[in-house]
Write a protein that binds this ligand. Structure first.
Ligand code: ADP
Ligand code: MG
Length: 696
């Protein structure tokens, strides 16, 4: 029996497997397990029994409502609470919850982004229980993780394609493993998202409309001190923050979210929280819960949690590292292992992954494209916008040797020279530490580092899962075309050819160096610098074909997702432009007029007694010129933004925002920031970077 606080409370708000086993009749539990483990459909009788047990469990824990918890294309989670109460007619109520209510819901779907799917089909949307992810209680509400689909079955959310892509990769991985004589019961993806965020004082947050409305500062001159002393990274955590982090841990542990590490990050006020990895879609559900808790709990400590990719210019932005692997009944398929047989299997999966990333680099880049992330990718802090794969000192030579060696195929089953010495165990600790690579092999998993901190990791994982499934399928087809050859010789040739054909994507050097950009161009790798450049990859024919072939997304669904993402980009920029003009007209201009008026009064007063303040005069002139410039720029921004808003075609609109609106925003910011530098502090209407980033 657990005696410590953590093991006692861990998962106490989750309807865990242990609870289910405890509360359900044996046959019901068995059927439910089959649904969970094998993806079998659930019948209504079982659903009723499960719902009943869930309700009793939830009521005992003080729940009053239930909700279907889902992830519309906004990427965040949505919920609508329904009470358990059913009036009996005699003034009292019964607490009820049926199998039907558990399995399916019908929220009014009309106000969620659908990329036009509902315009052409039905307005109705359904939420459908995902039994793979356990239900939990949050604020007295029983939350049921669900997928969100349209009347005609089209995915309207982030979870549905993720689950479909997991089916696809499981199927192909099982086929590939069967060739190695393995028949695992399940093959799942594993995912460990490292979440970065900023914490500032809530009063500062509230005083900045840009933070409140856009999640990032649109103005702010460079602070006197940045991150150059590198003292924040892994530094001692200040007590206020620590108290917050402790509460986050406690709350998440109750929800069964296995968060384990926390530390200060590079930028001042920046932190990270990371869990122990879990199965793909569960890890993402848990990451969404983590993000929600971070935001909500911060306010209890007088803090504001910023999850935007770039809350502050001049210091690092925030990402979310997507640690990804494949697991077959407990065997990590990206674990090199130490005997050659395992090595060959590992090499096949590695080769498939590398080919997948190379063939769909543009799509993978698009999967992490957003207005927020554009501030990181390509800037000198996050991986560049070019996708490449880092293998590291231990693995790269193996791949090179394989590519160079042309004659290793033996037709003698017993004597195949793999040309690969057993990959050493030290590999695990030897590989990583190139922090400039967007896609790095870190010993027994890959770490995709381009994802933005606000992002729902379903987007990149759908691409990864499906693209790897495609390559595993290609492997199986390749082997079946050589029935007369020993399997391992064929497999080895497949590996060698894959590495040879996709070698261009492998890069172990410094991704931040300017030369890499030129080298990547020589290699023909895409360099999609902005969201406007990247998003069109989503609807390239080869990507549509891939998603359709593996039943992950139909062409309709893909086009809808493209439309939703590109609309989102334009909408966010429109909000930022509006916020800028609001702040300028309502805050900055009045402040500068005040300050210069104050100077003018002081200059005039001094003149009366014969004193001439030359510096004051110059300053008053400088501020007055600044006011003129700001007015000019804000006018330009408003008209450019109005022009962009009128564009109908979403690709064209994104281009216009990127090419023409953003430069005007930048120019406006520059003049305002220049004024902040010389304006009196008591006049400046919002907290400065100095204050926000260096609070005690
Ligand atoms: P760092 O990247 O900071 O060096 P680690 O490598 O220890 O840290 O792990 C980072 C994250 O990767 C953690 O969330 C961890 O659970 C996750 N992780 C470890 N192994 C796997 C795996 N096989 N699949 C997916 N994620 C994994
Ligand atoms: Mg990491």
């Amino acid at each position: 029996m657990a005696t410590d606080k953590v093991s006692e409370e861990y998962g106490s708000l989750v309807f865990t497997d242990a609870e289910m086993q405890d509360r359900l009749p044996k046959p019901t539990y068995k059927e439910l397990r089959q649904t969970i483990d094998e993806g079998k459909p659930i019948n209504l009788k079982i659903a009723n029994e499960v719902a009943h047990a869930m309700k009793d469990w939830a009521l005992e824990r003080g729940a009053t409502h239930f909700t279907h918890w889902f992830q519309p294309l906004t990427g965040i989670t949505s919920e609508k609470h329904d009470g358990f109460i059913t009036p009996k007619g005699d003034g009292t109520v019964l607490m009820t919850f049926s199998g039907k209510e558990l399995v399916q819901g019908e929220p009014d779907a009309s106000s969620f982004p659908s990329g036009g799917l509902r315009a052409t089909f039905e307005a109705r949307g359904y939420t459908v229980w995902d039994p793979m992810s356990p239900v939990f209680i949050k604020d007295e509400v029983l939350c049921i993780p669900t997928a969100f689909i349209s009347y005609t079955g089209e995915a309207l959310d982030k979870k549905t394609p993720l689950l479909r892509s997991e089916v696809a990769i499981e199927k192909q991985a099982k086929r590939a493993l069967a060739l190695f004589g393995k028949r695992p019961r399940r093959v799942v993806t594993t995912c460990g998202p490292e979440q970065e965020y900023f914490l500032i004082k809530e009063e500062d947050f509230e005083a900045r409309p840009d933070l409140v409305l856009c999640g990032r500062t649109l103005f702010g001159c460079e602070p006197a001190k940045g991150q150059e002393l590198e003292e924040h990274y892994f530094g001692a955590i200040r007590p206020t923050v620590n108290a917050f982090m402790k509460e986050v841990d406690d709350e998440l542990w109750k929800l069964g979210v296995p968060v384990r590490t926390k530390h200060n990050e590079v930028a001042p006020c920046q932190h990270e929280i990371a869990p122990i990895f879990e199965e793909g879609s569960l890890a993402i559900d848990d990451n969404l819960l983590t993000m929600e808790k971070l935001k909500l709990l911060a306010t209890r400590h007088g803090l504001a949690c910023l999850e935007h990719e770039k809350p502050f210019k001049y210091v690092n932005g925030s990402g979310k590292h997507d640690n990804w692997s494949l697991c077959a009944d407990g065997e990590n398929l990206l674990e090199p292992g130490d005997d050659p047989e395992d090595n060959l299997q590992f090499l096949v999966f590695l080769a498939c992954l590398i080919s997948a990333v190379d063939e769909h680099a543009g799509l993978l880049r698009a999967s992490v494209a957003s207005a927020g992330n554009d501030h990181r990718l390509g800037a000198n802090e996050a991986p560049p916008a070019i996708i490449s794969v880092f293998l590291g000192d231990a693995l790269s030579p193996v791949v090179d040797a394989l590519i160079k060696k042309e004659h290793a195929e033996s037709h003698d089953r017993e004597q195949i020279d793999l040309g690969v010495p057993a990959l050493p165990d030290v590999l695990r600790d030897n590989t990583d530490r190139n922090r400039t690579s967007p896609f790095a092999f870190t010993g027994n998993k890959f770490e995709f580092r381009m994802c933005g901190s606000q992002q729902n990791l379903s987007d990149p994982n759908v691409v990864l899962n499906t693209a790897v499934a495609e390559q595993l399928d290609r492997f199986c087809a390749y082997v079946s075309k050589c029935p007369d050859e020993p399997f391992r010789a064929t497999a080895l040739r497949f590996v060698r050819h894959s590495f040879r054909d996709h070698q261009r994507i492998i890069f172990d050097g410094n991704g931040y160096a300017g030369e890499w950009e030129q080298e990547a161009a020589r290699r023909g790798l895409p360099n999609l610098k902005s969201t406007a450049d990247a998003l069109p990859c989503i609807i390239e024919p080869k990507n549509i074909a891939m998603f359709e072939r593996y039943d992950v997304l139909s062409e309709n669904e893909i086009r809808a997702r493209y439309a939703a993402a590109s609309e989102q980009y334009a909408k966010l920029l429109n909000i930022e432009a509006n916020t800028m003009s609001y702040m300028v007209r309502h805050l900055y201009l009045p402040a500068l007029i005040d300050y210069s008026g104050n100077l003018a009064t002081s200059i005039a007063t001094k003149r009366e007694i014969g004193v001439v303040g030359r510096a004051e005069l110059a300053l008053a002139q400088q501020i007055t010129d600044g006011i003129d410039k700001i007015c000019e720029n804000v006018g330009r921004l408003e008209s450019k933004n109005a022009e962009a808003r009128r564009v109908k075609d979403c690709g064209e609109q994104d281009r216009l925002y990127h090419d023409e609106v953003i430069p005007v925003m930048d120019a406006l910011r520059e003049v305002v920031d220049g004024m902040e530098r010389i304006c009196g502090r008591d006049f400046w209407p919002v907290p400065s970077y100095n204050k926000m980033l260096f609070w005690v």
